[in-house]
Design a protein around this ligand. Structure first.
Ligand code: 13P
Length: 261
């Protein structure tokens, strides 16, 4: 089946998600937005998601308000709505600042800040309850891949999510497969490697009664040189990009690649 035929069948546009991590405070985010808006126009076959740091959320969502193809999101939230949790931000707060989606369980949250599979699932369920969309990240480390434990790790990360998120709510949840060894290393997973894990995730959630086809993005060293080959695989619904999303000109070029390829 051609790429266009698949798009037509699923009616699902490709998602190009930019995770800025701890880059672009309010002033830099505003100038990024201005330049990016000058360079791009809405396109029916793609959806553009931006994850600025929390302090830049409001600036970016204001700047992008005229663009129906853009969704702005938070990089992390607490599962409680308010209270004595110094340094945390809540789902109602990021929603008020313009977030429609929340990144949950990014590998840097898991590995640098000790978030557990259980906490990740709790956050995803809270985001859904609040009416926002969680983009839940999964992925194995290099040691886990090399010791043949990729499948085991993916299933372990999925399990609490399957327990906490009711099957009918998975239609609003998006997964990002981000192998830890590919993040920021310049070494992306091959389209075959990524497709294989995407299929494993779909098979696993389908077997547990989740209806329909769950959307799954790939992330890890995606750039303008590899995005077309990755998105040519029908198992991928889009990409989640760190380094290559930081420059507005480069990001505008990248989001013009892959759709309809
Ligand atoms: P890089 O694109 O810099 O490898 O980062 C990927 C990532 O972590 C996106 O969430």
């Amino acid at each position: 089946m051609t790429h266009e035929a698949r798009r037509g069948l699923t009616m699902r546009p490709l998602i190009y998600a930019a995770n800025w991590k701890m880059n672009h405070g309010p002033a830099a985010a505003a100038s990024f937005a201005k330049r990016f808006l000058d360079l791009t126009a809405p396109a029916p076959e793609r959806s553009l998601w931006f994850f600025p740091p929390a302090v830049s959320l409001a600036v970016v969502s204001q700047a992008m308000r005229s663009r129906p193809d853009v969704l702005v999101g938070a990089q992390n939230v607490h599962w409680e709505a308010k209270g004595a949790f110094t340094g945390e931000v809540s789902i109602p707060m990021v929603h008020e600042a313009g977030a429609g989606v929340v990144l949950v369980g990014h590998s840097e949250r898991r590995h640098l800040f000790g978030e557990t599979d259980e906490q990740v699932a709790r956050k995803a369920a809270a985001v859904l309850r609040a009416g926002l969309k969680p983009l839940v990240c999964l992925g194995e480390t290099l040691a886990e891949r090399e010791s043949g434990r990729t499948e085991h790790v993916i299933l372990r990360q999925l399990e609490p999510l399957l327990e906490k998120v009711p099957a009918e709510e998975w239609a609003r949840l998006v997964i990002a497969y981000e192998p830890v060894w590919a993040i920021g290393t310049g070494k992306n997973a091959t389209p075959d490697d990524a497709a294989q894990v995407h299929e494993l995730i779909r098979f696993t959630v389908g077997r547990r009664g989740v209806p329909g086809r769950v959307s799954i993005l790939y992330g890890g060293s995606v750039n303008a040189g590899n995005v077309i080959a990755l998105l040519a695989r029908p198992e991928l619904d889009g990409v989640l990009v760190g380094g290559a999303s930081l420059d507005p000109d480069g990001w505008a070029e990248l989001v013009g690649l892959g759709a309809g390829s």
